[in-house]
Design a protein around this ligand. Sequence first.
Ligand code: COA
Ligand code: AMP
Length: 646
Amino acid sequence: MPSADLPSTDQPPPGRYAEAQAAAARDPEAFWLDAARAVDWTRAPTCAFDAGAGVYGRWFPDASLNACWNAVDRHVAGGRADQVAIRYDSPVTGTKRSISYAELLGAVTALAAVLAGLGVGRGDRVILYMPMVPEALFGMLACTRLGAVHSVVFGGFAANELAVRIEDAAPKVVLAASCGIEPNRVVAYKPLLDAAIAASKHKPDACLILQRPQGPARLVAGRDHDWAGAVAAAAGATVECVPVAATDPLYILYTSGTTGKPKGVVRDTGGYLVALAWSMTNLYGVAPGETYFCASDIGWVVGHSYIVYAPLLHGCTTVLYEGKPVGTPDPGALWRVVAETGAVCLFTAPTALRAIKKEDPTGACVAGHDLARFRTLFLAGERADPDSVAWAERVLGRPVIDHWWQTETGWAIAGNPVGLGLLPVKRGSACVPMPGYDVQVLDEGGRPVTAGTMGTLAIRLPLPPGCLPTLWGSDERMRASYLAAYPGWYDTSDAGIRDADGYVTVLGRTDDIINVAGHRLSTGGMEAVLAAHPDVAECAVIGIRDALKGEAPCGFVVLKAQVLRDPAEIERELVAKVRDEIGPVAAFKLALTVARLPKTRSGKILRATMKRIADHEPWTMPATIDDAGVLDEIGESLKARGIGVS
Ligand code: COA
Ligand code: AMP
């Protein structure tokens, strides 16, 4: 059913989504070669897909291009030189800045000259550990200009996580800022970078450090360079865009896997740009020259795609927001930015909406902002709960669109294609598969199930352009992680259902990944940190329901028999240890010492049942349990902290 009380939208002819979906299924070659016309190529593709290449085939195998040219240079050449490319809005520093496409070109070229001077060339990796400042975008695009491969590491990760990424990507250079700014503190990035480099076997040749006045850093002689000084010296330099194969990696983005070792998702260049260009017009319904506001972070895939590459590729103005949905300074912050920038859409996470709703339940903070140009709110990162969607529809009077994606896919798997004509919104559902994605629900044997039946959400191979061709350095891990479970399919590791109208509803992960405030985290990774504490005999981490963040991690630990210390003290140490080793983004605040963990007779910890108890959901005693009393003990320990009811 369509949502009630929505303003009428200019409906294009009905069925355009169905036509696009059918065309992409019937003749993917023709569909994607047509979409490829939105991109400038140095060698245009004559073939869209080579099924014999790579792990499951490769998109645009005979083409070449440069992504920086597409995102920057061509707009300067094509009449957008004076148009604002980046609107930087930073309530945490009290700064606003508008950067035109011409200025962006100058800044990116100067930085590319600096990187080239440090020896960076095509195929070399560069890690960025930076907050939401324009220089981070300059850095990504400067790498791209040189044909180098960037890898952005989210600022909320600790030194150890950064070290793992440095070791895996083996960057020639690291670009970092001296600090990031959170509402409650200045986060000194540089000591974390120094510690990460010390811990990593791979050492970068050089680091370029952006000194921020809120927390300048000490530079390491011989390795670190001052960003501003280096760029000033390179001002006016000419650095041409280096053409790369469409199949060359544009970036690596690490995401949580089921082990502690993150997966390096590889993004190719050509297929990605083609998919993003298609999505801007057809999914988001945004035209060149309009302003696109994605309030994510460049450390996440959503930020890569819809803060940086897609809006710039499309000749839009992108908004770079260094702040939070609440507290910087109030729950009207996002609406203020929408109004001031004239953004036609906002893309954020449901958790941000819940945070705003909590502080401004009546939507009073929307009033007073001129949202005349604002058309659509897009949500992703976790399932958009129907209450939040209904609330946002009411206070904004605009369509609120949930769409489902993963770091691996780079763009939406399913969504409501506003540009092709808004389909009826079913709150709680991510709507329909995007063209190129054949999404089916599979049973345990890998057979598609009937409409309305829950199972694993899988995508029939090949994946469409934009999705990962492989994992960095390991085709084998790619196969094992995603393709082995159901031959011929990509396993999303999400569970869900499709209804009779083809709408997809995503219900949760089938692996040990949890979703905390729209951030994807591995409970396995947290368990590894807890298990390494000298007093811990065994442990289990589960995600328990959290009204604001969707899920919050909760660790249960059994102490070694001989430990006589105060358990509360050990619990505090464990909370600090996860923060130190994974980072504040893990939001790990709850460690509970218990006498025993509930296990099956074969020794498997009953995490799912523990979660049901914590979430106050009905649960049944598993027949395979070793000792039924343990689950009651778990319920009691949760109850003692005010969580769940046994
Ligand atoms: N650098 C350093 N630390 C960071 C950070 C960064 N870039 N981002 C977050 N952190 C820290 C926070 O300061 C917080 O630390 P604390 O424990 O000292 O308070 C911790 O990591 C957890 O952060 P978060 O989970 O984001 O919680 P929050 O309380 O700061 O904010 C929300 C809550 C809902 C406002 C926030 O999570 C949010 O905006 N989420 C949207 C997520 C999103 O856009 N995801 C992308 C998918 S679209
Ligand atoms: P990430 O790789 O960090 O983008 O996280 C991807 C995971 O987030 C998916 O596998 C889902 O579990 C979850 N997710 C993202 N978007 C949605 C959505 N719209 N609905 C439900 N789950 C989502």
